[in-house]
Design a protein around this ligand. Structure first.
Ligand SMILES: NC(=O)c1ccc[n+]([C@@H]2O[C@H](COP(=O)([O-])OP(=O)(O)OC[C@H]3O[C@@H](n4cnc5c(N)ncnc54)[C@H](O)[C@@H]3O)[C@@H](O)[C@H]2O)c1
Length: 382
């Protein structure tokens, strides 16, 4: 028996090719799916079938996925960190130049020019002063959220992982706080996930700290910037430019705003990379119970060295889970060969390789332990 994967968006073929046809059925309409692959479809209001073991997002942000309720069901949510970072980086770099030289506004102006070429020359010389820009050397760029985007910068990311920190250029200076960064940067670029703690992170108070004539770039998520406060800062002329990936009625025609239609990850390369990473992660989870690149469960990889069966258990991160799981396995006559237990915030994950056989009665007994959220006998797809 193989695995059934429900796709909620078109996923790049290069990614889907990583799931062998003999053992994976992949479709936008499929009953009792083992896993869901998604790009930007909103999953908050769609029921997620009881058969689902994992959700994989081909992309970075997971705000379209109900992570909390899936965590409580013991379902890992995977994303594709870094897979579209270069696409975003290139667009952000171009936005830096757009902001510094008023390129879009100037181009829009030239499209309004009328008359013969001599009249156009005259108008251009008279109006060019409206689009005077600034140069980037010696300016300070502040980056909020240093995940995958490696720029030369003043950085602020209190939760950065050690691995990510090692990947950063040594020229990145650390801002002491967000307020410190706003006070020191000419241009701020936002690269944090949308969470309750980051909603409205760029607001009137912080914008007031910026040097006059600064710019904000937002290629993360729209609600991270308080739109009303942003429009006020642009209207007053204190902020020179807001360039973002999220058009709205208040912003799309604003003379100091440039909005793009969510193009950050829209390159062929990024779509392929994300789909490949999501498919590989999903396959490793379904076939081996391994967890990599999950936003809600810990990294857990246990090379298969012994044991005739493997059991994967998602549980709450509370005392005595491993003890209860081991006792339950022992009472079913199973001998543990290897056991891995990892935790991430309030959740944990346990992989057990054991000698013996597991029946549905044992799996039910494991699931009935208080704190166990899901338990699965991991099988290799055939
Ligand atoms: N426009 C697009 O098409 C597009 C494409 C990719 C990503 N994004 C958005 O950008 C976000 C970031 O992407 P990424 O690939 O850099 O993600 P990432 O997970 O690699 O990095 C996010 C970083 O933000 C940090 N962070 C979290 N909360 C923070 C806070 N309050 N203050 C400062 N730092 C904080 C984390 O520690 C992490 O290092 C994604 O969540 C997604 O919403 C948009």
């Amino acid at each position: 028996m193989g695995f059934r994967i429900l796709t909620l968006n078109n996923i790049s073929v290069r990614g889907l090719e990583r799931l062998p046809r003999e053992s994976y059925e992949v479709s936008g309409e499929i009953g009792k799916p083992h896993a869901v692959m998604v790009r930007s479809a909103d999953m908050h209001h769609t029921p997620i079938a009881p058969s689902v073991l994992a959700v994989a997002r081909a992309g970075a942000g997971v705000n379209n996925i109900p992570v909390d309720s899936l965590s409580a069901r013991g379902i890992p949510v995977f994303n594709s960190p870094g897979a579209n970072a270069n696409a975003v980086k290139e667009l952000v770099l171009s936005a830096l130049f757009l902001a510094a030289r008023n390129i879009c506004q100037a181009w829009a102006y030239t499209r309004t020019l009328q008359g013969d070429d001599a009249a156009i020359d005259k108008a251009v010389e008279a109006h060019k002063k409206e689009f005077v820009g600034f140069e980037l050397p010696e300016r300070t760029l502040g980056v909020i959220g240093l995940g995958a985007l490696g720029m030369k910068v003043l950085g602020y990311d209190p939760q950065i992982t050690v691995t990510r920190a090692w990947q950063l250029s040594s020229s990145v200076q650390q801002a002491l706080s967000l307020d410190d960064m706003f006070a020191r940067a000419d241009i701020i670029s936002v690269h944090v996930p949308l969470l309750e703690g980051t909603r409205g992170l760029v607001d009137a108070a912080r914008l007031r700290l910026m040097r006059p004539g600064g710019a904000v770039l937002n290629f993360a998520r729209a609600p991270i910037v308080n739109e009303r406060d942003m429009v006020a800062a642009l209207d007053s002329g204190r902020l020179r430019a807001y360039i973002c990936d999220f058009p709205s009625n208040a912003l799309k025609d604003h003379p100091r705003a440039i909005t793009l239609p969510h193009l950050g990850a829209s390159t062929v390369e990024a779509e392929d990379n994300c789909a490949i990473m999501a498919a590989d992660t999903l396959r490793d989870f379904l076939e081996h119970g391994h967890i990599r690149n999950s936003v809600n469960f810990p990294e857990a990889v246990l090379p298969r060295q012994g044991g005739s069966i493997r059991i994967a258990i998602a549980n709450r991160n509370v005392p005595n889970m491993v003890g209860q799981i081991s006792t339950c396995l022992a009472s079913a006559g199973l001998n543990i060969a290897e056991l891995l237990n990892r935790s991430l915030r309030e959740y944990a994950y346990t992989l057990v390789d054991a000698e013996g056989s597991a029946d549905e009665k044992l799996m039910q007994a494991l699931r009935s332990i208080e704190g166990v959220l899901s338990a699965r006998l991991v099988r290799v797809a055939d």
